[in-house]
Design a protein around this ligand. Structure first.
Ligand SMILES: Cc1cc2nc3c(=O)[nH]c(=O)nc-3n(C[C@H](O)[C@H](O)[C@H](O)COP(=O)(O)OP(=O)(O)OC[C@H]3O[C@@H](n4cnc5c(N)ncnc54)[C@H](O)[C@@H]3O)c2cc1C
Length: 319
């Protein structure tokens, strides 16, 4: 990796790179682009596919609406080729530790071989993992017939026969939202006893029927399209998409292991500068609080990169 012309910091142990970015999704690659343009020595660790890998397309991404997830990231990687201070490495970060004023990362390559790298700052762009309800068909249809977000997939399923599944506490809001895309929306409640009279009235007013019978399975095509909801009685209901409010957890345990403050929902707390509660450790994208979309993750990655570069600059140019 080429070095920049900046002088080494007096009194500081030189590090392999200035910034290590963990994760090569929208947030990570966008951050790498900004930092590459700042002549920063950057190592991006790519530990596997992004969250939306099962989906056929990234929708609602300005200028890239409908691009396949892998293609979007491929374009991002190609843009980085011109910035020779940026290296992308296929490796999972399996350990992160503070060593005085810098960080040490333990990488695990595709062959399982471990190595270490040091960096002055680290950006966690590690995303989240969705927890799907344990029903037959749910995992197989995830991303095509089973969906989480009408902003991402509502337009493709407008005016179709839709369903919304989940616990009473969350299902009403999602069903009312989904019904903006199709008047033929029904609700399947996991715990009907908890569905309040007010929620039932709101759903009724929008013509949304409530199915209280437990859902047993989903039937669909080998290509992931939903065909039927199957209830415990064996009764089937034809639907083209099922929206769910999936619980999620951090894709990587690194933030928790580093003692970062997490929100009540398990997101990594960050300051306006995208810094976690651990100085020098930043986070951006789905793993932080807020709306989760690829374009927003890219914007957060860009914002985090600017904050990191400004912090590095302040350290290099003391008052
Ligand atoms: C089915 C589905 C469909 C979606 N459709 C859309 C859509 O149409 N439009 C839209 O805007 N958004 C969509 N989203 C949301 C979108 O996927 C996310 O908002 C976006 O991927 C977030 O980007 P990110 O970089 O934060 O995380 P990710 O894209 O998940 O990237 C995180 C990366 O970090 C890597 N990683 C994790 N831990 C480590 C580690 N320890 N070491 C190295 N690498 C690691 C992961 O392998 C992954 O590649 C969809 C989501 C789902 C689940």
């Amino acid at each position: 990796m080429p070095t920049t012309t900046r002088r080494p910091l007096p009194g500081r142990v030189p590090t392999d790179v200035e910034v290590a970015i963990v994760g090569a999704g929208s947030a990570g690659l966008s951050a790498a682009l900004v930092l590459g343009r700042c002549l920063r020595r950057v190592l991006v660790l790519d530990g596997g596919p992004p969250r939306n890998a099962p989906s056929p397309a990234v929708q609602a991404f300005f200028t890239r609406d409908g691009t396949a997830p892998a293609q979007l990231l491929d374009m991002g990687r190609k843009e980085l080729v011109g910035y020779d201070s940026v290296e992308i490495k296929q490796a999972k970060v399996v350990g992160l530790a503070r060593r005085g004023k810098h960080f040490e990362l333990t990488l695990e390559g595709e062959t399982g071989r471990r190595s270490t790298r040091t960096a002055r700052k680290v950006l966690l762009a590690t995303g989240v993992e969705d927890e799907l309800p344990p029903l037959p068909g749910m995992r197989e249809l995830w991303g095509r017939g089973v969906l989480h977000c009408p902003y991402c997939h509502g337009w493709e399923h407008r005016d179709q026969a839709l369903a919304v599944y989940g616990r009473a506490k969350l299902v009403t809001g999602l069903a009312l939202l989904v019904s903006r895309w199709s008047a033929d929306t029904v609700v399947c409640v996991e715990d009907p006893a908890n569905l309040t009279e007010n929620a039932r009235r709101r759903l009724r007013r929008q013509g949304i029927a409530v199915h209280e019978q437990p859902l047993a399975a989903l039937e669909g095509t080998a290509g992931g399209e939903l065909r039927h909801l199957v209830f415990e009685s064996g009764e089937k209901l034809a639907r083209t998409a099922l929206f769910i409010h999936a619980h999620q957890h951090q894709r990587s345990p690194l933030a928790e292991e580093m003692g970062c403050r997490l929100s009540s929902k398990g997101a990594i707390w960050v300051s306006k500068q995208h810094q976690t509660s651990v100085p020098g450790l930043y986070a951006a994208g789905d793993n932080t609080p807020g709306t989760q979309q690829a374009l927003l993750a890219a914007a957060e990655g860009s914002g985090a990169a600017i904050s990191i570069n400004e912090t590095l600059t302040r350290e290099e140019c003391p008052k």
